[in-house]
Design a binder for this molecule. Structure first.
Ligand code: GAL
Length: 798
């Protein structure tokens, strides 16, 4: 019924001496076999009588609503998590800033019929497991969720970004069907960007012993030099006191034991918890770094009455982070300029419901570009995003949804720190972003002070910043924040540094250049912005402006460009028909725009020589075309059909341009870098003849979770990619996988990302489209087919 991801196997490998009891925790994925139906935020009858039935007056009495275990859901839709019910809704124009900000999707207060989602899942529990504790863990539900098990209300979570866990032990029906029900209410927004709706992250069933490591923040691993400190909070939920002990084993990444702490005995009264601090040395530790993100594992073992009762495995890295007011950021004592990007969490095709593989795919793309840091703007990220950053070597600036020290939001920040503080990738906390009403005020200062103190208490190993769009103002939040974050407004930053020399400075949000991939001429009807680094809103700058400033100043720690990828919503500088942002260095699918090559040229050591635009301009013969070269070579000579158009020296952290009168053929750049010749060309192509499929990998695990990104393009009869192809392509799969979303990066496309007509299809935009395929649980080959009118079909076997 469910796939098991057990900590157990790793523990058994390295601890064969320990007889691991049956009762050691299990962490079972609960993503499959859900039933889903939309309710209604304004019509109780269409919300399955929720708010008409008095279901909160007596314990376990959810009768007459979907929270009742006897409710008949057989006509509800079958869904698998992660699930975003908004991504499949049609785009709809409404003149309203919030709808515009959320990408013209009909969800929120104006659309009560689309803003409630009910989820139900039935599962069996074996009586042999009774005596354990059972905890349901929901990693993220957008939003305002309420949870019932077998008709008993177990709790709710206001946040659409923080996860929540519920102990359901007392309500389990052994050897019978249990029903877990979640109601999500997305009628209120939390942000000003696309947020999706539904159970869009994983759900887990954790089975644990009564004596166990605390569910929230139970293990805190931090390192200084080569000393690893492990703080473990153990809880006794038995109905009698417990003789317990705890110790930790550290393994390297192959699972080999390299250190073991002494077993620390203690007794716990009923309901008592105790935190045990242990220090272990790894003298020859391999450090976690951006180049070699080496991960160790700390396996914490808890015994009760002499038997292993619980075990928790935490991946960690041995690394130091230092922030210097004059020299910026140091990782392991070496200076690191922050070459960062801000990102929202949605992706083409799937909305906010990303398979884990897509997190790795996106972080991989950013690394390839040369980025070394990711800001989780403006909300707690999906846990697997941080796993990807730990594994691939990407620093993270981790941020709660907003700046507020009221009980709800203080708790949200607390939960975020407790959840994420073991990740070596997290190098700093952000306490919030652009709080217009608050940031300059005394209240803002008090709230910030509270959150900073909380952060210092829960994670003294790091410091924090705040994303302030306040120019040089030293008021409110800025008076107390340890690291001054600048959102834009960098014109006076030298003066700020001079006046406040003891406050380190980072660019929490910079650039906001707007570009449309593959479009080089402004189009106010289709709402496209030319793909040159030249258009930006009044508060922002080009990529070149901010990076030239940052690169020259050691005390300027670096910054986070807004944004790594386009995202749904905030369709700046246009509105409808534009439905997603233009801020991305890559588009919604992760296809590079021209500005990508600017960053790649100056953020990596690779030989980069990129010509924009493409060379298909029928009808423009003899007219001037702006040619833009991004390169890190020393000089470039440009040739049109073999004729030199001149040679230019490359300015550091800049770009080169030519104005070329268009003539079909070949535009070639010849560059020299340290005496080495590099060439690159764009050619006028014929029309699309064949479809080309490029998968992110060719094998899939039959685990209902694994996913592959397939990029689709078209080539002409001579095999040259056609950069302006716009053909409609149909997709199908057979065997052990299903398509879960399609996209093409067109910020004004109203084509569905999901399958609404019974068949999957998408037009190419700028010659490209993307399909996301997820494994099911069938073994065997998957065949994927892409067909288009007049095009040679392409197939792929996975
Ligand atoms: C910032 C804001 C971001 C985004 C960006 C667009 O002010 O923090 O969320 O809206 O502007 O440039």
């Amino acid at each position: 019924m469910v796939s098991k991801r057990l900590f157990l196997s790793a523990i058994i490998t390295c601890l064969s001496v320990i007889a691991v009891a049956q009762s050691v925790r299990t962490h079972i994925n609960f993503d499959t076999d859900w039933k889903f139906h939309r309710g209604h935020a304004a019509d109780a009858a269409r919300d399955f009588n929720y708010s008409l039935e008095t279901i909160f007056s007596k314990s376990g009495s959810a009768w007459g609503t979907p929270a009742d275990p006897a409710f008949d859901d057989k006509n509800w839709e079958d869904v698998q998590l992660p699930h975003d019910w908004v991504v499949g809704l049609p785009f709809q124009y409404v003149k309203n800033n919030d709808i515009d900000g959320h990408g013209y999707k009909p969800v929120g207060g104006l659309f009560p019929e689309n803003s409630i989602g009910w989820y139900r899942k039935s599962f069996e529990m074996n009586r042999a497991d009774s005596g354990n504790r059972f905890v349901i863990q929901l990693d993220g539900v957008y939003r305002d969720s309420k949870v019932w098990i077998n008709g008993y209300y177990v709790g709710g979570n206001f946040s659409g970004y923080n996860g929540a866990s519920y102990d359901i032990t007392d309500f389990i029906r052994f050897n019978k069907t249990n029903v877990l029900v979640v109601r999500a209410d997305a009628s209120q927004y939390e942000g000003w960007f696309y947020e999706g709706a539904g159970i869009y992250r994983h759900v887990w069933l954790n089975t644990i012993n009564n004596v166990h490591v605390a569910t929230e923040g139970g293990v805190y691993v931090h390192t200084a030099a080569k000393t690893v400190t492990i703080e473990t909070k153990v809880v006794n939920k038995n109905i009698h006191p417990a003789n317990a002990s705890v110790y930790t084993v550290i393994t390297d990444r192959s699972g080999k034991k390299i250190a073991q702490g002494k077993e620390v005995p203690f007794t716990l009264a009923i309901n008592e918890s105790r935190t045990v601090k242990q220090e272990l040395n790894i003298p020859a530790a391999t450090l976690w770094s951006l180049e070699n993100p080496y991960l160790y594992r700390a396996i914490v073992i808890v015994k009760s009455e002499g038997r292993v009762a619980d075990s928790v495995q935490v991946r960690f890295g041995v690394r130091t982070i230092t922030v210097d007011k004059d020299k910026g950021l140091f990782v392991n004592g070496l200076p690191v300029k922050v070459k960062g990007v801000c990102c929202h969490q949605d992706h083409a095709g799937v909305g906010v419901a990303l398979p884990d593989q897509l997190q790795y795919y996106r972080i991989g793309l950013l690394k390839e570009m040369g980025a070394n840091a990711y800001r989780t703007s403006h909300n707690p990220p999906t846990p697997e995003l941080l796993d990807a950053c730990d594994s691939l070597g990407m620093l993270v600036l981790d941020e709660p949804r907003l700046l507020n020290s009221g009980t709800e939001y203080e708790n949200q920040f607390r939960q975020l720190i407790l959840r994420d503080r073991n990740h070596p990738s997290v190098f700093m906390w952000s306490i919030g972003n652009e709080e217009f009403a608050t940031q300059r005020t005394d209240i803002g200062k008090r709230i910030a002070q509270n959150q900073i103190l909380l952060q210092q208490e829960l994670d003294p190993s790091r410091t924090s910043t705040y994303a302030a769009n306040m120019g040089n103002d030293f008021k409110g939040v800025n008076e107390v924040i340890p690291v001054r974050g600048f959102n834009y407004n960098l014109y006076g930053v030298d003066g700020y540094h001079k006046d406040h020399p003891n406050q380190p400075v980072i660019g929490t949000e910079v650039a906001s250049t707007v570009t449309t991939r593959s479009i080089y001429v402004k189009d106010t009807v289709r709402a496209y912005v030319p793909d040159y680094d030249s258009t930006y809103p009044s508060w922002a700058s080009t990529a070149e402006q901010w990076w030239q400033l940052a690169a020259k100043r050691d005390w300027f720690m670096g910054g986070f460009a807004w944004t790594g990828f386009d995202y749904r919503g905030e369709p700046t500088p246009y509105n409808w028909p534009n439905i997603n942002s233009h801020f991305g260095i890559m588009d919604m699918c992760g296809f590079p725009k021209n500005v990508y090559y600017y960053y790649q040229a100056w953020w990596t050591d690779k030989d980069i020589l990129h010509i924009a635009p493409h060379w298909n301009w029928p009808g423009k013969e003899g007219q001037p075309v702006l040619v833009w070269i991004n390169t890190n070579a020393d000089n470039v000579e440009l040739f049109l059909n073999g004729k030199s158009l001149g040679k230019k020296d490359m300015p550091r952290n800049g770009h080169l341009r030519w104005t070329v009168n268009y003539e079909p053929g070949t535009l070639e750049a010849v560059a020299f870098k340290n005496g080495k010749k590099i060439t690159s060309k764009v050619e006028t192509t014929g029309k699309a003849a064949r479809i080309i499929l490029t998968p992110s990998k060719t094998t899939l695990s039959a685990d209902n979770e694994d996913a592959v990104v397939v990029n689709v393009s078209a080539v002409d009869a001579q095999g040259r990619e056609v950069p302006d192809a716009a053909d409609l392509i149909h997709f199908s799969t057979e065997g052990g996988a299903v398509i879960i979303g399609v996209g093409n990066g067109d910020p004004s496309s109203h084509e569905p990302d999901q399958c609404v007509t019974g068949a999957w299809q998408r037009s190419l935009f700028g010659g490209k489209a993307q399909v996301i395929i997820r494994a099911n649980n069938k073994q065997g080959a998957v065949s994927f087919k892409a067909e288009g009118n007049g095009l040679q079909t392409a197939t792929l076997t996975l």
